[in-house]
Design a protein. Sequence first.
Length: 226
Amino acid sequence: MVQKCNIIFFDLDNTIYLEENFKVSGFKVVSQFLEEKKILNFIQSYQSLLDILKSKGSLYKKTFDDFCNMHQLSTSLIPEMIEILRNHRPDISPYLDFVEFVEQHYQKYFLGIITDGTGPVQQNKIKSLALHRWFDHKNIIVTDCLSPPSNKHNRSVFIIARNTFEIKEAECTYIGDNPNLDFKHPHQLGWKTIRILRGEHSIIQAEKYVDFEINCYSELNNLIRL
């Protein structure tokens, strides 16, 4: 069923790029730090971190704890490792089919981003992904940078985003990946909600707030129109 829309908002992590790649990029920088400090050589550190990522997934919160235990390192290193991961300029790229879609449509639709996460971290990702090629700065909402800081559990975030364009709710579409976070409020506000089955959340059963599910961005052409 084709849905009329004038603006398409996207989530960021796992929706525009694969979040796991952010971790892989950060682990390289952390491993370089450990080698420079003569704590552990780069290859040993990097491989261990990748092994934990592979076994526990990108959402796992105790990667550096496991790493320090594995190599009998002081856990006092963990805060600095976390800061290095968060503050590095990531080596990441948007999905190829996402690039193809926005190249084809960014002059037809208004495009926006609504993303949770630590403000500077998300902004570094946005810069590395070069998203300003297609997204105007004022249409990119990092919820942590709002005043006061917020997140997608707060309905007002989506109202703020819509008001930027002064259009009707029914003309808004939100594309995300996490059925536990991304869709409740936009759906209840009358937006169309589309879930892309990418990243670790793809195995989660969708809730009632998801209108459509897609596997790739080429499928969007069958769901939306001006």
